[in-house]
Design a protein around this ligand. Structure first.
Ligand SMILES: Nc1ncnc2c1ncn2[C@@H]1O[C@H](COP(=O)(O)OP(=O)(O)O)[C@@H](O)[C@H]1O
Ligand SMILES: [Mg+2]
Length: 312
């Protein structure tokens, strides 16, 4: 039986805080056993985890090679992950070998253990280039059945208005108005392309079949420029070190947009929207790296600064 990593147990219990979550964690080792046997795999290394899933390195029977078993916490946000992998068929992302949607489980091609975040540490230009090129590769025509990002536009607009009223913040009016304008102008009608939805350097892994492969997609249909914002948001803690912050931020955006063959202005607008949303989200729920106190306050203020300098 696998041992579920202690840190995964702790974060899942803290986040979910329900009896169902405790029961799911309790059952997880036997669920993994069952899937290994059904998909004819044997354990092949230490169990890893991300925010919502355990990743079990395995070897497939009959010399079919290395793979990983991913079992995610049953959450609506994880439903379309296998659909996205299936559409890509290995283009820019790991291959999907098996799926059990009821169990939120997948057998996936195994990529390298190093992420772009580790590999590219200190090289913001390199990270933006790789993420942009990958974004381009993943932007294939979207089939029916993937959730449309445009369907979230109304909820985003309502959320922004409610947050601005309920939460303390130091965003200038024009930053808030710009985010609302983005939702209205770019949110409601979007291209019919597949996008990752959570493209950042920890979800991009070093590999052999292609130099970099994406994991952990949300699998939306919509504007690929949206993921310029997920990338930029995830670089905030590195960009904070820059001597000239506006220059560093615009440079990262420009490099990403060029590599992704996207309109830079569209990438800037989505990034501005993400920054405003992230500032509110941080105030309400905290961040993974800081749940409260002065540290959280400092990060939220920095994200607000990002939002402001992305406003034109
Ligand atoms: N196919 C894979 N091959 C190798 N390592 C992987 C693979 N998928 C995930 N991992 C490792 O597990 C970590 C978490 O995986 P991820 O799918 O991002 O989980 P989560 O949804 O919990 O964030 C990744 O950052 C990576 O280190
Ligand atoms: Mg992840």
């Amino acid at each position: 039986m696998i041992a579920v990593p202690e840190s995964f147990v702790r974060t899942t219990v803290e986040r979910e805080a329900t009896e169902e979550a405790a029961a799911w964690l309790h059952e997880l080792p036997s669920l993994v056993e069952e899937l290994l046997s059904r998909w004819q795999c044997v354990l092949d290394g230490e169990v890893m985890h991300g925010g919502v899933g355990v990743i079990v390195p395995v070897r497939r029977a009959g010399g079919a090679g290395d793979a990983v078993l991913k079992v995610s916490f049953p959450h609506p946000g994880n439903v379309h992950e296998p659909d996205a992998f299936a559409v890509w068929g290995g283009r820019g992302a790991v291959l999907l070998y098996e799926r059990d949607d009821e169990r939120f489980a997948m057998l996936l091609e195994r990529a390298g253990t190093r992420t772009l975040a580790q590999f590219g540490a200190g090289d913001e230009d390199g990270i933006a280039t790789v993420a942009g090129l990958l974004n381009r590769r993943l932007a294939v025509p979207a089939p029916h059945g993937l959730p449309r990002l445009s369907a979230r536009a109304e909820e985003w607009e309502r959320g922004l208005l409610a947050d601005a009223e309920e939460l303390p913040h130091s965003l200038p009016r024009r930053a808030l108005d710009a985010a609302l304008a983005t939702v209205r102008d770019l949110g409601a009608i979007q291209p019919e392309t597949v996008l990752h939805g959570d493209l950042h350097a920890r979800n991009i892994l070093r590999a052999d079949r292609e130099p970099w492969l994406a994991v952990d997609p949300k699998g939306y249909a919509g504007d690929p420029a949206y993921d310029g914002g997920t990338l930029l948001k995830s670089r905030a803690l590195s960009l904070i070190e820059a001597d000239d912050l506006p220059k560093a931020v615009h440079r990262t955006l420009g490099i990403f947009a060029e590599a992704a063959e996207l309109d830079r202005e569209r990438v800037r607008r989505w990034s501005q929207f993400h920054a405003v949303e992230a500032a509110f989200h941080g105030r309400r729920h905290g961040f993974r790296v800081a749940r409260g106190g002065r540290q959280l306050d400092g990060i939220v203020r920095f994200v607000e600064e990002l939002a402001e300098l992305l406003t034109e």
